[in-house]
Design a protein around this ligand. Structure first.
Ligand code: 13P
Length: 241
């Protein structure tokens, strides 16, 4: 079901005790008309779930393996994630693609597994600066969607458009640039057989309290995936755009 979602990807930040302290301080102010999701590191998930008990804020993880179990040292399965109290899983974040060899093929396997297990996959796509400058944005995003979401329609997924050049750089895409790509994503997944009008598409990349409102006013942007600002009190301003 298409709804507005404000998500905070903590990346490799906040220990369990820091997560607990931060969320105990802010959770009472995290009430929102929109769905709010926090993605802490694995080892801080339990503390986050505990601190958010009784609130409507959801918790997710930043990655998962596509196999059910087995000899995959250092990996975490969908069942483990579900049992920990998470409802969402980020798949294919650009940092996973860049530093940990995530490919469109593994994104596809992980997304299928998440759906099979009842987790909500938030699938990330985005072009880097070189690709944008070479005018390859739509080619890159089209390929990421066609392979990453192959064989999945019409299941319900969440998609996050995060241009790599806007992540952690302070350089937000303009509202029009973000809207243009989110509209392209909706058109592409419609062609793939998804009920595209029912799919939430988020923008991510240097989102702050000061730029969230105009992004949210765009017709094809249904939310934000926030990195740096989700670690600070500014997240409350973002939620209350
Ligand atoms: P920043 O908000 O720090 O640019 O990070 C965006 C991001 O990668 C969220 O997943």
């Amino acid at each position: 079901m298409r709804k507005n979602i404000i998500a905070g990807n903590w990346k490799m930040n906040k220990t369990a005790s820091q997560a607990s302290e931060f969320l105990h301080e802010l959770s009472s102010r995290m009430g929102s008309k929109d769905e709010v999701v926090i993605f802490p590191p694995y080892l801080s998930v339990a503390a986050a779930v505990e601190a958010l008990k009784g609130t409507k804020v959801r918790v997710g993880v930043q990655n998962m393996h596509f196999e059910d179990s087995g000899a995959f040292t250092g990996e975490v399965s969908a069942d483990m994630i579900l049992e920990s109290g998470c409802e969402y899983v980020l798949i294919g974040h650009s940092e996973r693609r860049k530093y940990f060899a995530e490919t469109d093929e593994t994104v596809n396997l992980k997304t299928k597994k998440a759906l099979q297990k009842g987790l909500i996959p938030m699938v990330c796509v985005g072009e880097d600066l070189d690709e944008r400058e070479k005018d390859l944005t739509f080619d890159v995003i089209g390929r990421q969607l066609e392979i990453g979401l192959s064989g999945i329609a019409p299941a319900s997924v969440v998609i996050a458009y995060e241009p790599v050049w806007a992540i952690g750089t302070g350089r937000t895409a303009t509202d029009e640039q973000a809207q243009e790509v989110c509209a392209f994503i909706r058109k592409t997944i419609a062609k793939m057989g998804f009920a595209a009008d029912e799919i939430s598409i988020l923008y991510g990349g240097s989102v702050k309290g000061s730029n969230i409102s105009s992004l949210m006013a765009m017709p094809d942007i249904d939310g934000a995936l926030v990195g740096g600002a989700a670690l600070t009190e500014d997240f409350i301003n973002i939620i209350n755009y």
